[in-house]
Design a protein around this ligand. Structure first.
Ligand SMILES: [Fe+2]
Length: 289
């Protein structure tokens, strides 16, 4: 066994960085996951925040079954992306029916640091992505630890934001990035803006973390422009290189992360020459508190 791989109960684990992320070396998800194995995977999910499973065949049904172990799986409001007969799966692809790149990026909103589902009252817990086709250049996923981001704030900042709430709005984050189709009126009615604390307490670990990202639009009780400026400042302040893991994908890897304490973003790729197809699902969490 590689010296960097450690045995942790049923898992063989290789840490991705000293602070964030772990690769689970010895689990084939399509074989099914026993209760004991899931307990260990879930503990690793809480501890490492980001988990990677090395290249393996994970059929859509296996991905959905694994996601359901974590909790209720979101049926996404943007129904144009539903995939494989599973409304829980959201396929993001830049390919046409012949498998050729279209030149169109399917979701520019993912290029900015964000946390999945923060625009809902009940926000995302785990996001689970399976990479079917990955580009040779670009299209990485970056993760940053929001426990660490909070812990590094000065006492003055911690005090200032302790009771602040931010309004998260999917229509805002989609349309401010040029080129996305606006949400339909029906989609907007289904998902109106919601407010959440900027500092949340993780419901399982009990640790405090920053909860902002690209869907956060303004701050309750503060003039709009002042709140926008503060959110932009905090979104930048939250990213520390030593608290970040940058993943360069290999096809057929599966990754999952805890949206309650991690922000993430995808890096750009050339959608006219590179091919990228991912299958994503998001498990619903709690109302942040
Ligand atoms: Fe995302």
């Amino acid at each position: 066994m590689n010296a960097t791989v450690v045995k942790d109960r049923l898992l063989e684990i290789r840490r991705l960085t000293p602070k964030l992320g772990a690769e689970i070396m010895n689990v084939k998800l399509a074989d099914g996951v026993s209760n004991e194995l899931f307990r260990d995977i879930y503990d690793a999910f809480l501890r490492y925040q980001v988990l990677l499973f090395p290249p393996q065949d994970v059929p859509p049904a296996s991905q959905v079954a694994f996601a359901r172990r974590f909790g209720e799986v979101q049926i996404h409001v943007m129904n144009q992306y539903h995939a494989d007969g599973f409304p829980e799966l959201y396929r993001l692809s830049n390919l046409d029916e012949d498998g050729k790149p279209t030149g169109k990026h399917p979701d520019k909103g993912t290029l900015a640091w964000h946390t999945d589902g923060s625009w809902q009252r009940v926000t995302g817990q785990a996001t689970i992505i399976y990479g079917e086709v990955m580009p040779e250049v670009g299209g990485e996923t970056h993760f940053c630890d929001m426990y660490g981001a909070y812990e590094r704030l000065s006492p003055g900042w911690k005090q200032r934001i302790a009771d602040m709430r931010a309004v998260h709005n999917l229509d805002f984050s989609r349309t401010r990035r040029h080129g996305e189709d606006p949400m339909s009126e029906e989609q907007k009615r289904a998902k109106p803006p919601v407010d959440h604390p900027i500092v949340r307490t993780h419901p399982e670990t009990g640790r405090k973390c920053l909860f902002l990202g690209d869907h956060a639009e303004y701050i309750v009780g503060m003039p709009y422009d002042e709140g926008r400026a503060l959110i932009e400042e905090f979104n930048a302040l939250a990213i520390h290189p030593d608290l970040t893991y940058e993943h360069r994908w290999t096809a057929n890897e599966l990754m999952l992360w805890d949206n309650r304490c991690v922000m993430h973003r995808a890096t750009a790729y050339d959608p006219a020459t590179q091919r990228r197809v991912i299958r994503r699902c998001t498990v619903l969490g709690q109302v942040p508190a």
